[in-house]
Design a protein around this ligand. Structure first.
Ligand code: RAM
Length: 361
């Protein structure tokens, strides 16, 4: 079961931190990325970290989310942009309006031309973005994946919201508790290529092989493509195709909101358990009207803030991405780089009727 994270700060505690100021930052100039010796990715990893190096002023970094019209990713990127203002850098968000596999490629190429210091990417496909990302790295641009990883061969760090294993297994446990460990279940995912969802689903499937789930059966993984309408229709399709369905896990904030909306207005309300990963603001009405009992998430503001500081630490030479390196992410404190350049924010948090009003994101 998910537990409260020590890093999880309530909306109340965060008042004033996120002002969406889009750090205008006049007067600072960035070092030209092209004036640095083009470092091959392998050489970057072998560089030596200087934990005491100051964060360089005037850094230019860009967030490239899966898609720009996803409220969860908007919150996350805004927090990262605000963090850049704290360390006197300039950050922006650019990205596609759909989460298809290759939709981010042209944006990466433009960011390379702009000589950004770092590109932060929530990858729609682990491999489709690899060529351009490695081209960026060969020009001295640091690449940090966040939320949804790119292949580890083409990024320097991955800022993960939580242990992927914990997310996957906990989602199954949460649903199982609500359906007495019995019945047919389905997953409503994002896109078929999404690295984060696919990793979580693998752990869900593995969790389901344990004896305590012998009476539960995963009948289908459907894909709503992180598109509200498609997710809504896929939910309808699942319920029509599997009349005995007992529960749906939607490990996507877009998917769970659409699934809850469909169920809420249908004859299935109260008969089907909908759970997964959602934002409190999108899920509140469905918790209040009894469609959803509980769901989970981490704090997207903290994830964006951490990713921003991680990128700045990388560009400033405080860390190189090697396992065991430590860095301070502003108000969130110290983090350690784990295996394969992964940095974990912390455990997710469970929302229900007792706490959903305490949060505003
Ligand atoms: C959606 C996206 C995102 C994922 C969240 C939980 O917003 O798919 O990548 O992390 O859900």
């Amino acid at each position: 079961m998910f537990t409260s994270s020590r890093r999880f700060t309530s909306a109340v505690a965060m008042v004033g931190l996120v002002s969406l100021g889009l750090s205008g930052c006049g007067g600072t100039t960035k070092e030209s990325a092209s004036s640095q010796a083009p470092a091959a990715p392998a050489q970057t990893a072998a560089a030596t970290a200087n934990p005491n190096a100051p964060i360089k002023e005037g850094l230019q970094i860009a967030f490239l989310p899966k898609q720009i019209n996803n409220p969860y990713l908007t919150i996350l990127d805004k927090a990262g942009i605000d963090a850049a203002a704290e360390y006197k850098g300039t950050a922006k968000e650019v990205g596609p309006s759909d989460a298809s596999a290759s939709s981010q490629v042209s944006y990466i190429n433009t960011l390379i031309q702009q000589q950004q210091d770092a590109i932060l990417i929530s990858a729609n496909d682990a491999n489709a973005v690899c060529g351009p990302l490695n081209q960026a790295r060969s020009k001295g641009i640091k690449v940090v994946s966040y939320d949804s990883d790119a292949s580890k061969d083409c990024r320097d760090l991955f800022i993960n919201q939580a242990s992927s294993e914990d997310v996957g297994r906990s989602e199954v446990k949460m649903l199982a508790d609500m359906i007495d460990h019995k019945g047919e279940i389905a997953v409503l995912s994002a896109t078929a290529n999404a690295t984060n969802q696919n990793t979580w689903i693998e752990f869900m499937k593995d969790e389901l092989t344990k004896p305590e789930y012998k009476d539960m059966k995963l009948v289908k993984v459907a894909y709503g493509d992180d598109d509200d309408q498609k997710s809504f229709q896929e939910t309808q399709g699942l319920l029509q195709a599997y009349p005995n369905l007992k529960g749906i896990i939607a490990p996507t904030t877009v998917g769970i909101a659409a699934a809850a909306r469909y169920v809420s207005g249908s004859k299935y309300k109260g008969k089907i358990v909908v759970t997964g990963l959602g934002t409190p603001n999108q899920m509140r009405e469905f918790v209040k009207n009894g469609t959803v009992e509980k769901f989970a998430l981490w704090n997207p503001k903290d994830l964006g803030y951490l990713a921003s500081y991680a990128a700045a630490s990388l560009v400033s030479g405080r860390i190189t991405g090697a396992e065991g390196e430590k860095f301070t992410a502003g108000k969130l404190g110290e983090f350690t780089v784990g295996k394969d350049g992964e940095v974990i924010l912390g455990p997710p948090f469970t929302f229900d009727a007792s706490n959903v009003d305490d949060f505003d994101f």
